[in-house]
Design a protein around this ligand. Structure first.
Ligand SMILES: *Cc1c(COP(=O)(O)O)cnc(C)c1O
Length: 404
């Protein structure tokens, strides 16, 4: 069981006031708040071992390198990757997807296809459009129903031998839908397609087991799992990472350089050109340890309670409509109230100290599907409470009174 008072005490920002009111932070799908251990670990890195990695004989450089590589191993264990060199440090999900979309180019030719879904974040759409344009391939889209669930029959029809890669999110950031990725991966492999899972919204709630899933790539952002911004990982199967050309050239990713020819370093360095976000990589390991100390099972169970409570309470508001009503979903509630513009609700609840996101949430095609300009999105984390949800409901009611 999760001790909510103890958890809340770990997050100093929860004591802040916003517009004179206690902060209620419901924008967790955009970025998570940071516990004190993570904040301290950043300062501790700079105060004690700051140094460049993998290149110095001096002691500090070795300490920093060790800390960086230990963090890689922690993440490897967390996601159950077979090898630590299958875990690449990135600056986030967007970086991870772009790395694959670039490295995958030699394996897609004119007339082939990349298959994504109707509920992808822009960062799991645009890199594939760019790849398709570059090689003359088609971008296909798995449709969804109006609950925000992917249509599996349509998926199987789209899945022909032409499809070389399927890229889908594990959990939708604008609807909260948990997609049946196990099924998607099995079916995709049956036609010889590789699978990339955008885990940006799942890593904060679930522990992915990349070997059990058998996905080819899995990527997430550090800043959504209580870690620093500018950190993240891309897991890739060794076989793919060996086959794919590097994404960026530079220092650290080479074995030998002459003006005639360069040979690339072994994994993972081949994909880690230049000085990385060293503190970010190290502290991402700290953040993952923190999540595990609270327990992802406890987190998921508590967040489901908040989801149920929030859904029930918000639906009591007349004219409120929730977008994203899948059977399997996480603690994201996207909604609109009557014809009120989501931005107006966001601005009024902000005056009461409540942070929600308004707009298209980087998923414009999802908004087009529902024929709306955007939604108000409240996304709950394990440090939120039912009292905070009550405050949201009261402030939405107040906004409704003011605006209609
Ligand atoms: C946040 C998010 C991204 C992008 O992550 P960045 O950290 O901005 O790179 C991609 N996909 C989903 C589902 C997301 O929620």
């Amino acid at each position: 069981m999760l001790d909510i008072n103890k958890v809340r005490a770990d997050f100093p920002i929860l004591n802040e006031k916003v517009n004179g009111k206690p902060l209620v932070y419901f924008d967790n799908a955009a970025t998570s708040q940071k516990p004190q251990v993570v904040i301290d670990a950043v300062a501790n890195y700079y105060a004690t071992i700051n140094s460049n990695i993998h290149r110095g004989v001096h002691t500090l450089s070795q300490l920093a390198t060790d800390a960086y590589e230990i963090s890689r191993q922690k993440i490897q264990q967390h996601i159950n990757a077979k090898h630590s060199h299958e875990v690449l440090f990135t600056n986030g999900t967007t970086h991870g997807i772009n790395l694959v979309a670039n490295g995958f180019a030699p394996f897609v030719k004119q007339g082939d296809a990349i298959l994504i879904s109707a509920m992808e974040h822009h960062s799991n759409i645009v890199p594939w459009q760019m790849l398709c344009e570059r090689v003359g391939a088609d971008l296909l889209v798995i449709p969804m129903n109006d609950k925000g669930e992917l249509l599996m029959d349509a998926f199987e029809k789209l899945l022909t031998e032409k499809v070389k890669l399927v890229a889908v999110n594990h959990i939708s950031n604008s609807l909260g839908t948990i997609n049946p990725i196990e099924h998607i991966i099995t079916k995709a492999h049956a036609v010889g397609a590789a699978v990339l899972i955008d885990g940006a919204q799942s890593a904060p709630h679930l522990r992915p087991d990349v070997q059990a899933l058998d996905c080819d790539f899995y990527t997430f952002s550090g800043h959504k799992v209580c870690g620093p911004t500018g950190s993240g990982i891309l897991y890739g199967k060794e076989e793919w990472l060996n086959k794919m050309p590097p994404y960026q050239g530079g220092g650290e990713m080479i074995k030998e350089v002459t003006f005639e020819k360069t040979t690339y370093a072994d994994l993972p360095h081949k994909f880690e050109a230049g000085t990385p976000n060293i503190a970010g990589g190290i502290v991402l390991g700290t953040a993952i340890e923190y999540l595990n100390s609270v327990g992802l099972d406890n987190i998921m169970a508590y967040e489901q309670e908040l989801l149920e409570y929030g859904t029930k309470k918000l639906l009591e508001i007349e004219g409120l409509k929730i977008y994203g009503t899948a059977q399997n979903k996480t603690s994201v509630i996207s909604f609109n109230v009557g014809n009120i513009h989501p931005y107006d609700i966001g601005a009024i609840v902000d005056k009461m100290g409540i942070a929600v996101r308004t707009g298209h949430h980087c998923t414009q095609p999802v908004m087009d599907f529902f024929k709306i300009p955007g939604t108000v999105r409240a996304s709950f984390s394990f440090y939120n409470t039912k009292q905070e949800i009550d405050a949201l409901v009261a402030s939405v009611l107040k906004a409704q009174r003011m605006l209609s």
